[in-house]
Design a protein around this ligand. Structure first.
Ligand code: CTP
Length: 445
């Protein structure tokens, strides 16, 4: 008996899928089909898959060609499967030609001609249309988002708005954008969604106006510096039936999501302490980061990431909070330690633009601890450690490019599927914002 295996996502099942499964089956006596899990697709950078794993398995089942269906969950699984199921032939479409030659060591590898003119990507785009995304601001982060958007299908990043015509014209040219405008109303008319990447204190007006004009908004962190403003903006978003996302990149990174889930699973016992650090030394003191009137300082600049980790792990109901800052001769904090007291745990966040410290995250529990080394906010690797070092485990995840593609892809999914942000809730954003607000507006009326 000749056993054949093939793999795929099989999203929105189409003729190309039917043809490859049919021919794969004809190439042997028994066909096993591996369908990718949601997490595996996300990890390998295949974002925006429309159907659930269950629906995609049903698609393959309905074709009638599969004798057995398995789930593909991790990198390197193909070799394991080939050995485990005693596979004779590995079959895949010609778009993968050459990529699986390494499996020749274990079985015969056959690339079959791909059916022309159809793909899941094409169908997804047709079904939901392309979202037109415009960007407000033309700085470094906007450039990075523009590059990252190329990895997210279903979105066209074509438009930039800014006040400085020279600057946005150059930005549009450098990044191959079709349009630029210095008129915000005109810009809003041309887009479905807005990415806001301007200095902190300008966010509020841009977000508000965009939402009122029924545009979906992805706003750089910190979105605003007052909890009341977060509430108000979410109310406007909900009234206008549009999506509002704060671009806290780490919240959408697959490795971080996995790490949080693992920490909360009880693997290290009860979580008693979270210690998260993020520092970024800035030497040019003429920059906005050192200007209190432009929301400069370590906490406004950097605290979002450490606070995200703390809130995700211990929740929003802390009982007490303390700030210890070093100001030097400036009127912004150059280094701050924030201590949060919970009923059964403690947390500390360290941030600095004028003091350097190891950027790690340590989650301590009653049975062990999790160490996420720097840069933990781009979670790719972490270790779970115990008293008995033989039990320690290392975890690796893929972190593609700059990581902005994950938040962009989740933002797009929320728009298309009309779903809430499951990775970052309004109450979590409110909580993080209020912690920043308390230090920034301390002493002000
Ligand atoms: N396939 C094919 N002909 C097509 C599309 C896919 O032969 N027109 C094959 C692929 O080569 C692969 C299998 O079908 O062997 C599953 O591919 P999958 O990635 O699920 O399909 P795509 O349509 O290529 O999906 P996407 O656009 O999301 O990449």
């Amino acid at each position: 008996m000749i056993k054949v295996i093939t793999y795929g996502t099989f999203d929105l099942f189409h003729e190309g899928h039917y043809n490859i499964l049919k021919r794969a089956k004809e190439n042997g006596d028994y066909l096993i089909v591996g369908v990718t899990s949601e997490n595996y697709d996300k990890m390998r950078g295949k974002l925006n898959v429309k159907q659930s794993l269950f629906e995609r398995i049903e698609n393959v089942k309905r074709s009638g060609f599969a004798d057995e269906i398995i789930v593909e969950e991790y990198m390197g699984q193909k070799i394991e499967d080939i050995k485990k199921y005693h596979i004779d032939r590995f079959i895949i479409g010609s778009d993968w030609r050459g990529k699986f030659d390494y499996l020749n060591e274990f079985c015969e590898v056959i690339y079959l001609e791909r059916t022309k003119g159809v793909s899941s990507t094409q169908l997804r785009n047709k079904e939901r249309g392309i979202i037109k995304l415009g960007c407000v601001g033309a700085g470094r982060i906007a450039t990075r988002m523009c590059l990252e958007s190329r990895y997210v299908s279903g979105i066209n990043f074509d438009y930039v708005y800014g006040r400085d015509e020279e600057k946005i014209k150059k930005f549009a040219e450098d990044n191959d954008l079709k349009y630029y405008s210095t008129n915000f109303d005109e810009f809003l008319k041309e887009v479905d969604a807005v990415y806001i990447a301007t200095p902190h204190l300008t966010h509020y007006e841009f977000v508000k106006k965009s939402l009122e004009n029924k545009k979906h908004v992805l706003c750089e962190k910190p979105m605003v510096l007052k909890k009341e403003m977060v509430k108000e903006l979410y109310d406007i978003a909900s009234k206008n039936n549009v999506v509002l996302y704060e671009a806290i990149k780490t919240a959408y990174v697959p490795g971080f999501i996995r790490m949080i889930a693992l920490a909360k699973s009880g693997i290290i016992g009860e979580i008693k302490d979270v210690d998260a650090t993020f520092t970024k030394l800035i030497s040019d003191i003429s920059l906005r980061e050192f200007d209190k009137n432009q929301a400069g300082g370590s906490v406004t600049e950097l605290a979002t990431y450490p606070l995200l980790a703390i809130i995700k792990l211990l929740g929003v109901n802390y009982k007490d909070i303390d700030y210890y800052s070093y100001y030097g001769d400036k009127d912004v904090d150059l280094y701050t330690k924030i201590i949060l007291k919970y009923d059964n745990a403690i947390a500390s966040a360290q941030v600095g633009i004028g003091v350097k410290r190891e950027g790690e995250l340590i989650i301590s529990g009653t049975k062990g601890y999790i160490l996420v080394p720097a840069p933990w906010w781009k979670t790719e690797y972490f270790e779970v450690r115990f008293e008995n070092a033989n039990e320690n485990e290392k975890y690796f995840y893929k972190f593609e490019g700059d990581g902005l593609r994950y938040e962009l892809s989740d933002f797009l999914n929320s728009i298309v599927n009309k779903t809430d942000n499951i990775y970052l809730k309004q109450e979590e954003i409110e909580s993080i914002t209020s912690i920043i607000e308390r230090l920034y507006y301390k002493g002000d009326n």
